[in-house]
Ligand binder design. Sequence first.
Ligand SMILES: [Zn+2]
Length: 188
Amino acid sequence: MVIDEILAHNERFAREKTLPIIGHAPRKRMAVVTCMDCRLVQMFEQALGLERGDVLELRTAGATISQPEREGGASDLIRSLAGGIYLLGVREVAVIGHTQCGLAHASPAALTASMQALGVDPQQLIEREGLGNTQGLVNWLGAFDDVHINVREVVESIRNSPYLPKIPVHGLVINIETGKLEMVERGN
Ligand SMILES: [Zn+2]
């Protein structure tokens, strides 16, 4: 399994490297919300000029908040931002979606087929969780059609959260092929 590869590498890493001791409060006092996409690994920090200790990085599938949680307010993303703001000194937030996101244009048919192939019954889940139909399942996953609209909506959810103070929340989109950032909405 891949975990064995990781453990073997880690053995060498821990033996050969000495990491500088730094604090847990982000130096730039910023939290960045982005996607879990594997193509963002390393490229993301390099494209933004971020070093270890600079910012908090929160990654969710699609850099989004799923529909049921948006309405409830106290999503895991909001909870993490609250921790960053109240306990770690964050005073600025950037939501950064990306082009070609795997959560964009998710097809209900492909989703349910994949679930069935892995032994999960979508219909049973829809009934048990009160999701309504397969589109409700897609909404639960947080899938969206347009990355720009999704970024704006996530920015709005963060700005309007009763759990969070009024601090600048920006919305951007990063090009997954070039690393170029596009400002969608600047906070103030
Ligand atoms: Zn993505």
